[in-house]
Design a binder for this molecule. Structure first.
Ligand SMILES: NC(=O)c1ccc[n+]([C@@H]2O[C@H](COP(=O)([O-])OP(=O)(O)OC[C@H]3O[C@@H](n4cnc5c(N)ncnc54)[C@H](OP(=O)(O)O)[C@@H]3O)[C@@H](O)[C@H]2O)c1
Length: 277
């Protein structure tokens, strides 16, 4: 379905490059993809590495792309939208997907002249390795076809899930958007423990990373509740039991849940800050 569409990426950074690479790998011809990025070096890199058409500012051909992906930093979003708007066809001629963290649907629509075909996407950094998890939200009136296109774009770098509204995107941000950092945090702690227990830092890293990979694969392929998987490896009085008892005594589970509430609250605050005028 994607290979018949034209794409315009506003912003040619990490997330745009990951998405473009994913689209090309799924059969979208590179010459159907235009990228706008103000940095000449970024333009050269995109044209050389991905074979796409790259330029420094939007023009009519860019604005007429079937799908426009806004992949600039949140604080650059409003200005980038203002630069793009005069080059977009009147009405709802193109589907606009934003991957900018914290930019709410209502603000996107407002800054893009009241458009209805808009999607807010919240990807995460594993998208750079093709293993992203993206949350998607759109106005209720968005067509099934547009939803399919947005899903296919997100699936070019991993998996996706649709949610109802901006408030739920704050939840997605708190779980999977910021989530890779939580995993890195735990890997770091496991590495530190490994060295304290007489292993090398490299061994600690490999043991921790592979444990996350394996446990995630196991949880992903099992239909059982994750709590059952945990209980199955926690014999009473054993080593895992000793570790989990220490974690419970330190309130780690509850603190971790509170941490994600803090992330969601910050996401909400940022949405209000970015959209305040
Ligand atoms: N990276 C992630 O894992 C991740 C995850 C979730 C969401 N996101 C979101 O994805 C968006 C992009 O993130 P990123 O990591 O890809 O950032 P990035 O690497 O900084 O890319 C943004 C690019 O857009 C360019 N740009 C700035 N203003 C522009 C304009 N007016 N027109 C066209 N291009 C413009 C920037 O150029 P300059 O360098 O010159 O400013 C930069 O090359 C952000 O909003 C972020 O919140 C990223």
């Amino acid at each position: 379905m994607l290979d018949t569409l034209t794409f315009g990426f506003l912003g040619g950074g990490n997330m745009a490059s990951a998405l473009i690479g994913g689209l090309i790998a799924r059969g979208v011809p590179a010459d159907s993809i235009r990228v706008v990025d103000p940095f000449p070096e970024a333009q050269q890199r995109l044209a050389r590495d991905l074979g796409v058409h790259a330029s420094g500012a939007p023009d009519a051909a860019f604005g007429a792309s079937d799908v426009l992906v806004l992949a600039v930093k949140p604080q650059q979003f409003r200005e980038a939208a203002a630069q793009l708007l005069p080059h977009m066809p009147a009405g709802d001629g193109n589907l606009v997907i934003s991957v900018a963290a914290g930019i709410r649907l209502q603000d996107m629509q407002r800054w893009l002249g009241g458009r209805h075909r808009v999607v807010r996407a919240m990807p995460n950094t594993p998208a750079l390795a093709g293993l992203g998890m993206t949350g998607l939200a759109a106005p209720a009136a968005l067509s099934d076809k547009d939803r399919e296109i947005a899903s296919a774009v997100a699936q070019a770098v991993g998996k996706c899930v649709w949610v109802e509204n901006d408030a739920q995107i704050d939840g997605v941000t708190a779980i999977s958007g910021s989530g890779p950092a939580y995993v890195f945090y735990f890997i770091e702690a496991m590495q530190r423990a490994a060295t304290e227990l007489g292993l090398s830092a490299e061994q600690g890293r490999e043991l921790a990373v592979e444990t996350f990979r394996g446990a995630a694969a196991l949880a992903g392929q099992s239909a059982e509740p994750v709590s059952t998987l945990r209980e199955r490896v926690t014999s009473k009085g054993g080593t895992t039991y000793a570790a989990l008892t220490a974690m419970d005594a330190a309130g780690i589970g509850d603190a971790f849940v509170r941490a994600m509430h803090a992330a969601a609250a910050r996401g909400k605050e940022m949405g209000a800050e970015f959209g305040k005028d």
